[in-house]
Design a protein around this ligand. Structure first.
Ligand code: S5P
Length: 264
């Protein structure tokens, strides 16, 4: 199916190449799932790409939680992700001033060299987006920033007035790919979508087919409800990587998210 036909206004109002790349991958895979690949070993990570790669559109990493990380193994892992037609999203949640965030994109992990997307808090002001964009430019690459506008964890401090400011500043910036919204609360997502409009994407963690409370204050909503409320991508971690059959589960999340998009 053509991306424009499926995504409608979200496609026509968004000319950012990385956003369109995502919308096209989602159509090829018939999936709006970003896997939160929160496993601590390289073997566990490779296994995930192999078993669920066909059912997901993007791969979210926390590069600093891998016990046996090496640059060589990581570069092979990224190559495997690209081969599986996945966008690579490092969920680093940058929050420092622009110049330091730019340097943190280099360093041991060299995030600027392999990430297509990264997350950032706007708590330090909008220059963080320029710092992250400068880091990708430093190595001749392009990437997009997802700003945390809401969070899924209970008691978080991203209150509506803060969310509104993040959206107002982020909407106007071409380096911003989109926003992280709270997938566990469809009513909050509807408000976020109203504020964001169609020009930027909203990606949502806090999603599980088993709705309710998770570990340590995490909260979960259903993938269908998140997409119907305006999410463009459901970020799913333990619902897939801790399942007895991750392949089967990933396919179920893909179907729930894709069917909801087609209904929307
Ligand atoms: O508000 C948030 C933002 C993010 S990016 N809540 C989240 O849970 N996340 C991330 O999504 C978190 O870092 C983790 O990698 C993933 C959720 O994993 P799950 O196992 O709870 O599905």
């Amino acid at each position: 199916m053509q991306a424009e036909e499926v995504w409608g206004q979200r496609w026509t109002m968004n000319t950012l190449p990385m956003a369109r790349a995502y919308m096209e991958v989602a159509c090829r895979k018939q999936s709006l799932v970003c896997l939160a690949a929160d496993r601590s070993t390289m073997a566990g990570l490779f296994d995930l790409i192999e078993t669920v790669g066909a059912s997901i559109a993007a791969l979210k990493t926390h590069v600093d939680l891998v016990d046996d990380w090496t640059p060589e193994a990581w570069s092979k892992f990224c190559a495997a992700a690209k081969k599986a037609d996945l966008l690579i999203f490092e969920d680093r949640k940058f929050a420092d001033i622009g110049g330091i965030s730019r340097k943190q994109m280099a360093g041991v992990y060299n995030i600027r060299g392999w990430s297509d997307l990264v997350t950032a808090h706007l708590i330090s002001g909008p220059d963080i987006v320029d710092g992250l964009q400068a880091a990708w430019s430093d190595v001749g690459r392009e990437g997009g920033v997802l700003l945390l506008a809401q969070m899924s964890s209970r008691g978080n401090l991203l209150e509506p007035a803060y969310t509104a400011k993040v959206v107002a500043k982020g909407k106007a910036h071409s380096g911003v790919f989109g926003f992280i919204g709270n997938g566990s609360r469809p009513d909050e997502l509807v408000l976020l979508r109203d504020a964001v409009g169609d020009g930027k994407l909203i990606w949502t963690p806090g999603v599980n087919l088993a709705v309710g409370d998770g570990e340590m204050g995490q909260r979960y909503g259903h993938p269908r409800d998140a997409v119907l409320a305006g999410s463009d991508c459901v970020i799913v971690g333990s619902g897939i990587h801790k399942a007895d059959n991750p392949g089967e589960q990933a396919a179920a999340y893909a179907k729930a998210s894709w069917d909801a998009l087609c209904n929307r």
